[in-house]
Design a protein around this ligand. Sequence first.
Ligand code: 7TS
Length: 389
Amino acid sequence: MERIYLDNNATTVVDPRVREAMDPFFCQSYGNPNSLHDFGTEVHEAMRIAMDRLYAGIGARDEDDILINSCATEGANHVLKGIWFDLIRSGKKDHVITTQVEHPCVKETCQFLESLGTRVTYLPVNADGIVTPDILAAALTDRTALVSIMWANNETGLVFPIADLAALCRERGVLFHTDAVQAIGKVPVDVKMAGVDFLTFSAHKFHGPKGVGGLFIRGGRSLTPLFHGGEQMEGKRSGTINVPYMVGMGLAMELAQDNLPREATEVRRLRDRLEDAIMAIPDTVVIGRRELRTPNTILVSIRGVEGEAMIWDLNRHGIAASTGSACASESLEANPIFVAMGMTSELAHTAIRLSLSRFTTEAEIHRACEVLRGSVERLRAISSSYSKS
Ligand code: 7TS
């Protein structure tokens, strides 16, 4: 059976060109970049190219930092805990603002900071599912050290007005972090235009390898390291740099940028086709206005069909989707995003997330539409909570 992968917000396939670019750095040029011999120095050029690609990809300037790390979870921990060390521990500030719809890597870290005595405000989203400058303005105080708001939401795909939110923070002298994991490669991301102080990303969300990511730090900002050690990355993030993965991430970033026009046209067209087919099924609700979402994401509630059952049935037919964040799907509690958007428990428990990528084909979407219709029919036929009347 042909398998169709529609869970690209959880992770993506590594682009074959990325894998090929990484290959020489496992068994041939495997030196430690800090070594003085040729094995070490011969990797420097590839690392420089990777860095240039990352800087170009997010519009960073020479004076900015991009720390290569293990993932966006590490980056978010670094920013939030670093700010605690730099501004909160000393008593200068005592407040952090985030949203109710962040990924756990931000939310759980904020909860950890609360356990250390930090005040944290979890902003609600509006009826459109986004945080607006008005909502943020009402929460900012002179004691606020940091605001952390995601660029795009992993469940809904909704894109937040990051430039406006960051501008407000700059006016008020408050630092701004954005989790751009779901934005890179889907919508243009430019740190200069957005005016953010910190930005985090993970390579595996844009067809790079898992276990490598980046933390952008605006030039001139210092941030207490999360890892102390051997002075790699000028001591800002110690630990031997994962050269093959860094090389892969650099190329993945460049390919993601090259692909942006296609994302906005072709990926969006396929997504819309799938979405139209789903909406043609009675009693389905797609969450979030299309024009406010990343081009690849659909979050849909299918009345009378438990999300978990739907995923199981789709999987049996070779289609990979998600009930919301794979990180949260072990717990049966309604995903907080639904609660934050004021959705009923029924909507929340009947939601599935379908996310495409540049590798998704027309034929796959054609088949996915058919399989989805069949799954809904089968599951509704045995559903105790669904009657057509
Ligand atoms: N931030 C966002 C917005 C994410 O979507 C994810 C992963 C992360 C951070 C964490 O990335 P990592 O590379 O550090 O693990 N999100 C999801 C998801 O939506 N389903 O599975 C993983």
